[in-house]
Design a protein around this ligand. Sequence first.
Ligand code: PLP
Length: 259
Amino acid sequence: MNRHNSRPVVLCLSGHDPSGGAGLQADIEALLAQGCHAAPAVTALTVQDTVNVADFRVLDREWVLAQAHAIIADLPVAAVKLGMLGSVQMVDTVVEIMQLLPGIPLVCDPVLRAGGGGSLGKDDVGYAMRERLLPVAAIATPNLPEARILAELPNGTADECAEKLLPKIQHLLITGGHGDESEVHNRLYSRDGSRHTFTCQRLPGSYHGSGCTLASTLAGRLALGEELSSAVRSALDYTWRTLRDAEQPGRGQFVPRRL
Ligand code: PLP
């Protein structure tokens, strides 16, 4: 094995979704499509289908630390992608893992709900993320409902949520897929005051794994050395195409076609 012509490695700390639409499978597929190597470390197991979540179980902290230590000792991690963490203890475990990876960009998808609305973590998990994880992340990618939970502004606009969250994080991408206008507005806010809105056509239907696809693609693009706002644009464009080409493998939501 020649380490020098290996693809950039992205450590994914996410949950497993047995429907294959979201979670680690989404991360692996999206990263393969960017030309990256995914190192998938499991944080939680879920029981769900393409309709909704029935249950989930967060792994013991020692197991997650052991997985991360094994990867970090062996592979040159170029970026980290966070998905479902599921508990406040897991938030603190990830903060500990990031101390082993100084300077490595962290993309945080603050997963608290599945696409069908079922809980994948209590709101306390969101508050712990906001206080302790966002400060060590390069960018977070909440959708507007997640941004409202993180900001504790139940009816806040994207701008209001960003104003409250930006002191905690360098860059924030608030996605607009959960609205109902004919266009989707995805808003990138940066602590230096710059703002950028990426607009795309709304596609019909509801999707399972779109947030995971976006965040892991963004982590992959950063791992490849792409500059942040260009990486955001590439990740939004790729994710939109996976939704345009989505399939409905079961009775519920559409699953992005990532490869
Ligand atoms: N991570 C896991 C393990 C999940 O099961 C889900 C949704 O079911 C998510 C993340 C978030 O999915 P989405 O990308 O649809 O927001």
